[in-house]
Write a protein that binds this ligand. Structure first.
Ligand code: PMP
Length: 427
């Protein structure tokens, strides 16, 4: 596929945007935290494919596990067999996520997991309502999109699911009203909002939501698609708050970034309410669910997360990173704060009154008023070989989400680079 066939048959506007950002680079190879380009640059990944590469790119142990799986010539996809690796992966996930979540439904993406959550919550409770938070990002399929906390993504796509209710994130006082006034099946939340701008739930918030859900007979669901698999310093971010969600969605990093896989973990009684009879055993399925490669990648990824102690590593590196960022960036007018958990962090910007604008700021302003932070992202990439991005629903926040295998030296390089970049655009 050449550049021009990509433009002709896939997405010319995407190619144009990458060009505008100076990011239309050809990559030759990726390993761990490093991306090697055709023209000889080594770029440090501080995006991780939006939290897909927690174990780093092409982790040799996971690659090897996949090669061995293929070499067995076993049934990768039959759909008329019992996939034993699926049982093993589900058992591991239960032990890592919560002993009460004893059943797992596997699928291929985070959005698909959220779709399952909506359907399962409705069957289990016999209600339709779903509560979600402002700023939330749960995916772009129609059901998940209905729970999107930013109208940008919904424009032009017609009617969304009825009976969905948006609440401000982090404010427990406003939750009881929808639970009292409507028939709510589930409250679906990210424990730390990723795309909204790296917004951790305030202390005690998730536990209070859990209590209110119980009181009103609604299910409490955590979308850990971005926060899970050690990213935020614990296996799932919900562990930090000692909550026991009724369902948890995992995806992204679950397969080491190599093959698509997602998992919805739930209580046995919820599962039974959907699949409780022979007749209903296929009522909600997905073609690639439980395929041998995804399951093997999941198992190998969990091996790496555990053997390399990646959650604890994220916790300790993240704590140090936030302290260093606050210390080194607080002298800049455009710096507001740094926030996050583990190695999912955000630098919150405020528009400075004066900037030395040597790059096309007006072009970015035309796309979004908060786009000036994109200038920093571009400079990090062009001058310091660091790949990063703004948050999808909040362009005032630069996301910092490197693979959890990042070294202290590489984090040091980021600190020097972000400080230098802020220096160059500040007047
Ligand atoms: N939930 C969250 C919290 C996410 O961040 C995302 C993706 N950014 C999704 C769901 C959707 O996942 P996918 O793109 O795999 O469908």
């Amino acid at each position: 596929l050449t550049d021009s066939t990509y433009r002709q048959f896939v997405n010319p506007e995407w190619a144009r945007l990458l060009e505008l950002l100076g990011m239309n680079i050809k990559y030759r190879r990726c390993l761990g935290t490093e991306l090697y380009t055709e023209d000889g640059r080594t770029i440090l990944d501080f995006l991780s494919g939006y939290c897909v590469h927690n174990t780093g790119h092409n982790h040799p142990y996971i690659v090897e596990a996949l090669i061995r799986e293929l070499q067995t010539s076993g049934p990768v996809m039959l759909q008329s067999n019992i996939a034993y690796t699926a049982g093993t992966l589900a058992e591991r996930l239960t032990s890592l996520t919560g002993p009460h979540l004893t059943k797992t439904f596997f699928c291929s993406s985070g959005s698909e997991g959220v779709e399952a959550v909506i359907k399962f919550a409705r069957v289990f409770t016999g209600r339709n309502g779903i509560v979600y938070a402002k700023g939330a990002f749960h995916g772009l399929t129609c059901g998940a999109l209905s729970l999107m906390g930013d109208p940008f993504w919904k424009e032009g796509f017609g009617p969304m699911l009825p009976e969905t209710y948006e609440i401000p994130f982090g404010d427990i006082a406003v939750l009881e009203a929808p639970l009292q006034q409507h028939k709510i099946a589930a409250v679906v939340l990210e424990p730390l909002q990723g795309e909204a701008g790296i917004v951790p739930a305030p202390p005690g918030y998730l536990a209070a939501v859990e209590r209110l859900c119980k009181k009103h007979g609604a299910l409490f669901v955590l979308d850990e698609v971005q926060t899970g698999i050690g990213r935020t310093g614990t296996f799932i971010a919900g562990h930090r708050d000692n909550v026991q969600p009724d369902m948890v969605v995992l995806a992204k990093a679950l397969s080491g970034g190599l093959v698509p896989v997602a998992a919805v973990l739930m209580r046995d009684d919820i599962y039974k309410s959907v699949y409780g009879s022979l007749k209903k055993s296929i009522i909600h399925t997905s073609t690639f669910s439980e395929n041998a490669l995804s399951m093997r990648a999941g198992l190998a990824t969990l091996d790496v997360v555990e053997s390399e102690n990646l959650a604890a590593r994220a916790e300790y590196l993240g704590t140090e990173l936030r302290a260093q960022l606050s210390q080194r960036l607080s002298r800049f007018e455009m710096f507001s704060e740094v926030r996050g958990l583990g190695l999912l962090n955000g630098i919150v910007m405020q528009p400075p009154t004066s900037l030395r604008l040597r790059i096309p700021f007006q072009t970015f302003r035309a796309i979004h008023p908060g786009m000036f932070g994109q200038m920093l992202v571009m400079r990090l990439f062009q001058h310091h070989n660091i790949l990063s991005q703004m948050c999808g629903n909040n362009f005032m926040v630069i996301k910092i989400a490197p693979p959890l295998v990042i070294t202290e030296d590489q984090l040091g390089h980021y600190l020097d680079a972000i400080e230098a970049v802020m220096e160059t655009v500040h007047s």
